[in-house]
Design a protein around this ligand. Structure first.
Ligand code: XIL
Length: 360
């Protein structure tokens, strides 16, 4: 009797412990969501900051290469590729059973300066573009299963960006691709990527769609045209760099329209800027945090509602902690756009995002 009750007690303790462990595990983002939850990861922090690494491992099941596979990093010279950062990121992700999303193969900004000095006719430029795409995609064939093939090809008014990107505070005159290889370069980038890895999921990725119906139309027209011409495309990325002023109706509109293409839909770079007016003494008050929490929850809720399950590629946060956010770096202002603080502890807004993921 004494023995039995000892066993019974042990069983109760084991069950109790399991349920606590389970409850804690359930609270992470990856275990709350019915689709992958990603983070744009910084390779240096991943390798050298234990707190950063721990949170990436526990909370996320998809990793996007933040900068490791952009031209400037991966193709620093005409005849030299440098895969060291990309390889570290991909190894880390695969060793830990995370999906890897490659960002990005072609963009009109963030290109290495040697490209400015490259001389050649349109065939030489075309060859450069094709070689870049196919070298990078082949290097990660079977490892990187999804790619942002082209990033930000359209302007807010829906026109193809020809003379410089307008996004993310940049106005870059170095808008080489459409000028040098022609307006149909986007389609050829998809063809080249598909030739290098026919199994990879190929995405077109762009910003500001929630505030630019004209850009949404341009993207949908592009998809219709690609389907007609049998150009391979599998998905669309909405960056969703939101602010507290982003109209909810715009988020709904963009998600609904893009989901209507039947392609995979990736919220690919989510963050919510709070100090969008760049006030030097801005206070990240409870009221601001509440508004931000509501908007985070709204995005999740709309994604679940408007994107059919089989099209849900996932939601990716752009950076992990507020201290690493690209917004602080690019716009040179204090801001608190993410779910984790400077020490990688969960912020109150984390809870609303996580709860929204869990809701049926
Ligand atoms: C940003 C990175 O996060 C920064 O570290 C870098 O300095 C600039 O680029 N849209 C994109 C991303 O598609 O590639 C950008 O990433 C953020 C905006």
């Amino acid at each position: 009797m004494k023995y039995l009750s000892g066993v019974g007690l042990a069983a109760i303790v084991v069950l109790f412990t399991c349920s606590i462990t389970k409850r804690q595990t359930d609270k992470t983002l990856q275990n709350s969501a019915p689709f992958p939850i990603g983070v744009a990861a910084n390779v240096r922090l991943l390798l050298h900051n234990a707190a950063y690494r721990r949170v990436v491992l526990t909370e996320f099941n998809s990793i996007t290469s933040e900068n490791a596979l952009k031209w400037t990093t991966v193709h620093p010279d005409y005849n030299r590729f440098d895969f060291s950062a990309g390889d570290s990121l991909v190894k880390f992700a695969l060793d830990n059973h995370k999906r890897v999303h490659g960002h990005n193969l072609v963009w009109i900004v963030h290109n290495p300066s040697w490209l400015n000095y490259f001389k050649g006719d349109s065939a030489a430029w075309e060859n450069l573009l094709k070689t870049h795409i196919q070298t990078v995609v082949s290097h990660y064939k079977g490892k990187i299963t999804g790619w942002d093939v082209v990033n930000e090809a359209f302007l807010r008014n829906g026109n193809l960006a020809m003379s410089g990107g307008e996004g993310n505070g940049k106005n870059n005159a170095n808008c080489i691709w459409p000028k040098l290889v022609g307006r149909d370069y986007v389609a050829r980038c998809f063809i080249y990527a598909h030739q290098a890895d026919p199994a990879a999921l190929l995405f077109y990725n762009d910003y500001g769609q929630e505030v630019s119906p004209a850009k949404v139309s341009a993207i949908i027209n592009m998809v219709t045209d690609f389907k007609r011409r049998s150009i391979p495309i599998n998905g669309l990325g909405l960056q969703m760099h939101l602010t507290l002023a982003t109209p909810k109706s715009g988020i709904t509109y963009a998600l609904k329209k893009l989901a209507g293409t039947g392609l995979l839909i990736h919220i690919s770079e989510l963050d919510i800027s709070t100090n969008q007016n760049n006030q030097p003494n801005f206070l990240y008050s409870d009221d601001v945090q509440q508004k931000q929490a509501d908007l985070f929850a709204f995005v999740v809720q709309q994604y679940k509602l408007l994107v059919p399950e089989k099209q849900q590629y996932g939601i990716t946060l752009w950076d992990l902690g507020d201290g690493d956010s690209w917004i602080r770096g690019t716009y040179k202002r204090m801001d608190w756009p993410l779910l984790f603080d400077e020490k990688y502890d969960r912020k109150p807004v984390y809870n609303s995002f996580q709860k929204a993921l869990q809701l049926k």
